[in-house]
Design a protein around this ligand. Structure first.
Ligand code: FAD
Ligand code: DHB
Length: 390
């Protein structure tokens, strides 16, 4: 068989790219190695930049998000027992962010894809891109024991950090940049109201904590933990006690606790692959880059990659111009590196590092004190947090 674009991976990047292309009349096939329920069960990001929600609206998948999502105009930082608000909207000309879970974004995109009639092959095994250096790329996969081959014009590698797309590029053609952080995040979901109407990011001598939410009735909390910890080491009681020890006393007293129904540990890393184009194959989202979750950028970066790549593909087919496709890697990487820098900075400012010296400690305290006392510093943080222009 033949299609114009084969998309590898049905996470948020692959599904969104597919939806934009289908709406532009560009036929595409998505190949995903997992089952739909598995993809939907992965609890990940929760915070969307305004540019992300705008693109979801423009793609016709924003309706439920507009109804159920929570718009935030600010956030709080706590350290030294005190809570400070950062006004995101007031410092950025009225921009906002939205709480709407990645699982919900994925569900909306899956529903839209089903309604569009476009092909998604779930549980596709041994997906492999071929000949992307030539004018005739192909992708092969095995489904129910039968090998299939799809001829295409382009391959979009939307298959996440462990995917096959980046791994198929010869080592000499790709450069990677990486920092691995010496801690992880333990996260829980609980059916309890959030402690505050906005997010609370905490720096404390016991390590980082974050109070976030999925709705007015469902909360998500994270604490920094050693990479050697296992989920079984953390009873709900121990988790709630630890969160309360890491936030300011007023916030601690206001937390509603309850049984968790999801608990997982994620390692933190920064990673970028360059370039993002290899002949007729493009890398998109987590396949190309990973940021630590502290800045809430992972999903938003995936979406801005999709914006650039979809513009390139639409211009290629509708205007017979390859200018935007040629520009994809450079444009996307410029924005990626700014988010990588911001996520690294947030991570460095808010976590306890095992090898932190007294000097490092003083710099961290001063970074925080400067941030909450300077309009310029708050504006700088806010414009990055709400999302830099594309
Ligand atoms: P993915 O969501 O990884 O999707 C890739 C898809 O490709 C998957 O469905 C996968 O099954 C499929 N795939 C993989 N290999 C193959 C193959 N060989 N063949 C076919 N299909 C394949 N970001 C935040 O902003 N905040 C957070 O709190 C946050 N928490 C996170 C927690 C965890 C544990 C992880 C892993 C990520 C987290 N992120 C967070 C990052 C955010 O979830 C990602 O940036 C986002 O999912 C990227 O979307 P994607 O579509 O590019 O990749
Ligand atoms: C969430 C996760 C983040 O890493 C973040 O910075 C903000 C929100 C969340 O899961 O809601």
């Amino acid at each position: 068989t033949r299609t114009r674009v084969v998309i590898i991976g049905a996470g948020p990047s692959g599904l969104l790219l597919g939806q934009i292309l289908t709406r532009a009349g560009i036929d595409n096939v998505i190949l995903e190695n997992r089952a739909p329920d598995y993809v939907l069960a992965r609890v990940r990001a929760g915070l969307l930049e305004q540019g992300t929600t705008d693109l979801l609206d423009a793609t016709g998948v924003g309706e439920r998000m507009r109804r159920e999502g929570l718009v935030h105009h600010g956030l709080a930082l706590t350290f030294n027992g005190e809570k400070h608000r950062i006004d995101l909207s007031g410092t950025t000309g009225g921009r906002t962010v939205m709480i709407y879970g990645q699982t919900e974004v994925t569900r909306d995109l899956m529903d839209a894809r089903k309604a569009s009639g476009a092909t998604t092959v779930y549980e596709a095994e041994a997906v492999a891109p071929h000949d992307f250096d030539s004018a005739h790329p192909r992708v092969t996969y095995v489904k129910d024991g039968v090998t299939h081959e799809i001829d295409c014009d382009f391959i979009a590698g939307c298959d996440g950090y462990h995917g096959v797309s980046r791994a198929s590029v010869p080592e000499r053609s790709i450069q990677t940049f990486e920092r691995v952080y010496p801690f992880g995040w333990l996260g829980i979901l609980a059916e309890v109201p959030p402690v505050d109407h906005e997010l609370v990011y905490a720096n404390s001598p016991r390590g980082f904590a974050l109070c976030t939410m999925r709705s007015n009735a469902r909360s998500r909390y994270y604490v920094q933990c050693p990479l050697t910890d296992r989920v079984e080491d953390w009873s709900d009681q121990r988790f709630w006690d630890e969160v309360r020890l890491r936030v300011d006393p007023e916030t601690a007293a206001a937390i509603t606790t309850g049984p968790s129904f999801e608990k997982s540990i994620a390692p933190l890393r920064s990673f970028v692959a360059e370039p993002l184009r290899f002949g007729r194959m493009f890398l998109v989202g987590d396949a190309a880059h990973i940021v630590p979750p502290t800045g809430a950028k992972g999903l938003n970066l995936a979406v801005s990659d999709v914006r650039y790549l979809s513009q390139g593909l639409i211009e290629h087919y509708h205007e017979k111009s390859d200018a935007a496709l040629e520009a994809y890697s450079g444009r996307a990487l410029a924005r990626i590196w700014k988010a990588v820098r911001f996520s690294w900075w947030m991570t460095t400012m808010l976590h306890r590092f095992p090898d932190q010296t007294p000097f490092d400690q003083k710099i961290q305290e001063t970074d925080l004190a400067y941030l909450v006392s300077s309009e310029a510093a708050m504006t700088s943080m806010a414009e990055n947090y709400v999302g830099l222009p594309s």
